[in-house]
Design a protein around this ligand. Structure first.
Ligand code: DAH
Length: 339
């Protein structure tokens, strides 16, 4: 046994360590509950009395040596890590993951910023609406197809309550609350009962615009929309207004912008027309003003409505609508803006 102790002492003496982990392993190996020292003490108990004194002394010395060695090693490792020379301060730091805004938020904020510069306020209305605000007060005849179950999500128990299909309902909410002059835009979510595909979704975003005052003309509408298009897509962009129909405007128009991809020459994005449709607009129908207790002899106004996804598609050339809703981080990471 004495020889055994000498051998253990020699091994412990040889031991070298450079890390906390190695020292801890060493401690467990020698001083742990099932370690070498515990073994020796167990054997020690079985020894005949005459050997106990010398062997006991040696085991105690061994234990003391190991405890001191551990302390010494720990001290050495600590000094090493405290040493500024051991830390390379010129190494680059770990990369910081930064988030990016969602493209729909970027475009919405940009639209808000453009119209704020023209003095437009921002207004909001409820997403769960009633027939009056979404259809009737906007001059939709009772049999109009937009009220059809195909397009509108009705609340089953009360078909008068529905999810708004457009943000034009906020026009009505504003006219109820404020007398003219009114100059406001209303960004928000809208809902339609559509099958989800690359070109359609049951949820999307719109921005509605409304301007009511004395002597507001179609020329004001056109100039406002030209300003918007140039701010959004650049000064070279051209606009085109095509006659159209909406129940709440008369006359009504749809606005196209010159294709940003081919510069108007014709490509597969604009289907070789050189133009891309971007929004609907028109002069507020006098019926709508009267429904909302605004004197249509004194006041005129214009309104417009655009899809935020549509503007984002034209701006970023992302043609599959579903990408805007899937929140795939690889898609979202590609957009960054000061907005
Ligand atoms: N509400 C229409 C839609 O969802 C868009 C629209 C067209 C809004 C013409 C208007 C407008 O204010 O004047 O398709």
């Amino acid at each position: 046994m004495l020889q055994n102790i000498d051998r253990i002492l020699e091994e412990a003496r040889q031991f070298k360590a450079e890390t906390w982990d190695e020292i801890e392993q060493f401690r467990i190996q020698y001083l742990g509950k099932k370690g070498i020292l515990a073994d020796l003490f167990r054997n020690f108990k079985e020894l005949p009395l005459e050997h106990k004194k010398e062997t006991g002394q040696k085991i105690n010395d061994l234990k003391q040596f190991i405890s001191e060695k551990i302390e010494f090693l720990l001290e050495a490792v600590k000094e090493e890590s405290d040493d500024p020379a051991a830390t390379d301060l010129t190494l680059p730091g770990p990369p910081v993951q930064s988030g990016a805004r969602h493209p729909i938020s970027i475009v919405r904020n940009e639209i808000i910023s453009i119209f704020s510069r023209l003095g437009y306020t921002i207004s909001e209305g409820p997403e769960i609406e009633d027939d009056w605000h979404v259809f009737s007060s906007l001059n939709f005849p009772p049999e109009h197809p937009a009220r059809d179950m195909q397009d509108t999500f009705f609340i089953e128990k009360n078909p008068d309550i529905l999810l708004r299909t457009h943000t034009s309902s906020v026009q009505v909410r504003v006219m109820e609350k404020e007398p003219p002059p009114i100059r406001t835009i209303s960004p928000g979510r809208v809902f339609r009962n559509e099958a989800i595909s690359a070109r359609a979704h049951c949820i999307f975003h719109q921005v509605e615009g409304l301007y009511i005052d004395e002597n507001v003309s179609f020329a004001d509408l056109k100039q406002t929309l030209l300003f918007f298009a140039q701010e959004m897509f650049g000064n070279e962009v051209e606009i085109r207004l095509r006659p159209s129909y909406f129940p709440f405007t008369e006359p009504s128009a749809e606005m196209d912008i010159s294709c940003q991809i081919c510069g108007g020459k014709g490509c597969n994005v604009c289907k070789y027309t050189g133009w891309l449709e971007i929004l609907g607009c028109g002069m507020v129908d006098p019926n709508v003003l009267e429904f909302n207790h605004i004197d249509s002899d004194k006041y005129t106004g214009f309104a417009f409505g655009m899809g935020i996804e549509r503007v984002a598609m034209l701006k970023y050339q992302v043609k599959d609508l579903r990408l805007y809703f899937e929140n795939d981080i690889r898609f979202l990471e590609q957009f960054s803006a000061a907005w």
